[in-house]
Design a protein around this ligand. Structure first.
Ligand code: ADP
Length: 207
């Protein structure tokens, strides 16, 4: 047991195909750790981060059930960048150490971390490689519309708040172009899987 020799961080815009890609990695036997799921756990009722959030932002951001009022919190940090930073200062170190802890419990040669807002949050210190799922924006809009039933303005706002496609591509070590069908996407994941196994093997030998 110990940290895998190779940690691949998977990122991409909303609707680019991250969940679909990560499910396929899992199907191939690769452990996948999802930063969004960890972030949700951090603000579950009774979690220490939630107490800190209550102290900083007041009881108005807590629901009657004792969880985080996500809509209200989103409204607050969307309006005020200082508050956004304060929330990040509470959450990011906790998310990072939880990801680290989970990595240390693995016994595979490589693992995938899904960090949707990798470039927006600067949470890249655990990454050996950055894998970007890239989709043309028209496809991205179509897929989000179908999946989430959001209207064009809502989709536009989310895309505008995320890092742009070029910056994401510039940060990538590897890119999966998700502009074909699901079969093509799975094939691309399988090719990368073989490469990552080889890379992890070489790292293990040379360490
Ligand atoms: P993300 O996790 O990046 O938001 P998803 O993996 O959930 O994106 O993909 C968004 C939607 O598009 C999902 O409903 C998924 O099934 C669909 N999808 C993703 N890639 C393809 C593809 N190549 N062909 C058809 N549908 C796709």
């Amino acid at each position: 047991m110990g940290r895998p020799a190779l940690v691949v961080v998977l990122t991409g815009g909303i609707g680019s195909g991250k969940s679909t890609v990560s499910r396929h990695f899992e199907k191939l036997g690769v452990p996948v750790i999802d930063a969004d799921l960890i972030a949700r756990e951090q603000v579950a009722p009774g979690a220490p981060a939630l107490d800190e959030i209550r102290e900083r932002f007041g009881a108005a951001v807590i629901t009657p059930m004792g969880g985080l009022d996500r809509d209200r919190m989103r409204g607050i940090v969307f309006e005020d960048s200082t508050k956004r930073l304060q929330l990040q200062q509470i959450l990011h170190p906790r998310i990072r150490s939880e990801m680290q802890l989970r990595l240390e419990q693995l016994d595979t040669s490589y693992a995938v971390l899904v960090i949707p807002l990798l470039l927006e949050s600067g949470q890249n210190s655990l990454a050996d490689r950055i894998l970007v799922v890239d989709t043309p924006e028209v496809r991205q809009r179509e897929r989000v519309q179908q999946r989430d039933g959001l209207n064009e303005t809502q989709i536009e706002q989310i895309i505008a708040a995320q890092v742009d496609r070029q910056s994401r591509l510039a940060a990538a070590d590897d890119v999966i172009s998700n502009d074909g069908d699901l079969q093509a996407l799975e094939k691309a994941v399988e090719q990368l899987h073989r490469r990552y196994l080889g890379m992890a093997e070489r790292r293990l030998i040379s360490s």
